[in-house]
Design a protein around this ligand. Structure first.
Ligand code: ATP
Ligand code: MG
Length: 593
């Protein structure tokens, strides 16, 4: 797989104007720090010492030592003020850019993730994906905020200071620079190790998040089976690894400033020895040596910063790699380049020699041929795992067939845009998924512009109205995460209402009534029957009582259609359907169809 690296430059480009202003503020800030030691030099050399004041002081009309002292003191404050103001401006602008970069990146990633196929999502761990959307985006953001211009500022100040230092005393500068190659060697060596450690740590942290997420999502099972201790141990194991890796990364990181400090001290000592001799030989003034030493401390600072920056940089790179991994994942089900918006469907669905398997697994549907006429009510029955849900997924293109095609109104579904196709298909999935939102919002999810009256009508059809009314705040009741404040049957009823509210020509129901009692089921089906008049519907049901009135019953076995016909004709055939029917109704008096 070609992994498109997410490049920082790309992320920063849209914010160039703002960065430009920040850069200008930064130049002023750099200039201020360059000027900082100079008033001190004037005080040491011309107020305390006997050297003549520099020419620009005379130009200002300052003559007496006390006036010179006042001027220098004033300059110290003025330079600090300018530096502070520009530094403030630079930092706030850079923060704005950082936040925006983070926002853009997160949106882009989220958009991509939503478009990825179900097959991909099924392989993902929610915790890991969450880390990519939050912590990894944050790492990129904090690098932009903390380091991008920081590095530029460091390079500029060092450049400026070196220039001044060489102009003042080139021999002394050479002495000061003697340790620099060593400094860089140390910095580079640690950077590489810091980066490796950061990458390893990130991966383990994601693992930790996944373990925690899974256990919390499955807390009912964990508690019901009394496996809390086991889950805690699992988390502890991951946690210990994360701690160990974090400490290892920290140790590598802590090494750099320590080494740098020692090297800097060696450099400063050399400058003091050689510099003091030069002052004694009167080749350098005391003030100039002072400026030099002050500069020196500042030129070494960026190298020390490098430790911090490389850490931030390594983390950003590791995170951008993880984000790039997701962004590089191609959407398996996507719009064909020449896809067009589907016209309003009449609703004739056909499977033409469809073979399909999940991932690289064995075929789940084999050579399937099936025609569902416009307005027909079709029921899919068969043993568990026979491929019923898979059929439904192929119609709304949650997956694409490996061989053959699925058509609607005679046209391959792959020729339509996904949005226009799915917009006309209403689905009730096997496991009702509700959102942490109000009941009304959950129902209106099927049609965001639905009115309160329409929501209620759909709820009545789905036999949800009565129990919704009894909820503490009726339709405005906020459901818990995944809707678990409701019973299984109530959740399903709401999922049905959500599908019914959508005025779609094709209705796909995957065991819509599995969790309902027989009476509610009968009533819901009466409602659905009214609603599906004139629409094409495909219903999957294990309880054969609900499918008896279907226009066409299709029996699947092992991914193949083994029987098709009406209830009566299938019973007469005496095949799989008749057998299933016999088992289900053995204990009951024969129903009157
Ligand atoms: P049930 O009545 O239990 O809902 P079904 O007829 O709906 O069964 P499908 O869900 O279509 O069965 O599954 C058919 C086969 O495909 C099964 O053998 C199952 O193991 C496999 N399968 C289903 N979903 C996936 C998936 N996401 N990834 C891999 N294999 C899958
Ligand atoms: Mg199923």
């Amino acid at each position: 797989m070609v992994r498109p690296r997410v490049r920082l430059v790309q992320l920063l480009r849209p914010h160039a104007p703002l960065l430009g202003v920040a850069l200008a503020a930064m130049l002023v800030e750099g200039g201020a720090s360059l000027l900082e030691p100079w008033p001190l030099k004037v005080v040491v050399d011309s107020v305390l010492g006997t050297r003549p004041a520099p020419a620009w002081v005379h130009a200002l009309g300052v003559r007496t030592p006390s006036a010179l002292l006042a001027l220098s003191a004033g300059l110290v404050v003025a330079i600090a003020l300018v530096g502070a103001a520009s530094g403030y401006a630079e930092k706030s602008l850079v923060t704005v850019v950082g936040k925006r970069v983070g926002f853009d990146l997160r949106q882009r990633l989220y958009h991509h993730v939503q478009g990825l196929s179900l097959a991909w999502h099924e392989r993902q761990r929610a915790g890991d994906l969450m880390m990519r959307l939050t912590a990894d985006v944050d790492a990129a953001e904090s690098f932009v905020t903390g380091a991008v211009l920081g590095i530029a500022l460091d390079v500029l100040t060092v450049g400026g200071m070196l220039a001044v230092m060489f102009a003042l005393a080139w021999r002394l500068s050479l002495v000061a620079l003697l340790v620099t190659p060593l400094l860089f060697a140390v910095a580079l060596a640690t950077t590489r190790r810091v980066k490796a450690a950061a990458g390893a740590l990130k991966a383990r942290e994601a693992e930790l998040a996944s373990v925690a997420e899974e256990a919390i999502a499955a807390v009912r099972v964990v508690q019901a089976f009394g496996r809390e201790a086991f889950e805690e141990e699992r988390l502890a194991r991951e946690g210990r690894d994360v701690v160990a890796l974090g400490l290892a990364a920290r140790r590598v990181k802590a090494l750099l400033p320590a080494l740098v400090n020692v090297l800097v001290a060696v450099g400063t000592a050399g400058v003091l020895v050689v510099g003091a001799q030069q002052v004694l030989a009167e080749r350098l003034s005391t003030g100039e040596l002072l400026v030099f030493v002050l500069y020196l401390a500042q030129t070494y600072k960026p190298v020390k910063d490098l430790a911090k920056m490389t850490d931030s940089w390594s983390r950003a790179v590791a995170s951008l790699d993880r984000i790039g991994e997701v962004l590089g994942e191609a959407t398996r089900v996507h719009d064909a380049p020449d896809a067009r918006a589907a016209p309003r469907f009449r609703g004739r669905i056909a499977f033409e020699r469809v073979t399909f398997g999940y991932d690289d697994g064995p075929p789940v549907l084999r050579d399937l041929d099936l025609v569902i006429e416009t307005g027909q009510r079709v029921a899919l029955v068969g043993l568990t795992g026979s491929g019923k849900s898979t059929c439904i997924r192929l119609i709304s293109r949650l997956y694409d067939p490996l061989v053959g095609r699925v058509t609607i109104d005679g046209e391959d579904v792959r020729r339509f845009t996904l949005a226009s196709l799915r917009g006309q298909v209403s689905v009730v999935l096997q496991d009702a998924v509700l959102f942490h939102a109000t009941v009304a919002e959950n129902i209106a999810y099927g049609r965001p512009d639905a009115t309160a009256a329409e929501i209620e009508a759909a709820a009545r059809l789905a036999h949800a109205h009565a129990f919704i009314e009894r909820l503490p705040r009726g339709y405005a009741t906020v459901l818990g995460d995944r809707g678990e404040t409701l019973s299984g049957g109530q959740r399903q009823a709401i999922a049905i209402a959500r599908a019914l509210i959508r005025d779609a020509p094709i209705l796909l129901l995957d065991e819509p009534s599995a969790a309902l009692d027989a009476e509610s089921e009968a009533r819901i089906f009466a409602g659905i029957e009214r609603l599906t008049a004139g629409r094409t519907s495909v219903t999957i049901a294990h309880r054969l009582a609900t499918v008896r009135r279907a226009d066409l019953i299709v029996v699947l076995d092992g991914g193949r259609i083994v029987e098709r016909g009406t209830h009566a004709s299938l019973l007469a055939q005496g095949g799989l359907y008749a057998r299933l029917h016999q088992i289900q109704f053995a204990a009951e008096p024969a129903p009157v169809g």
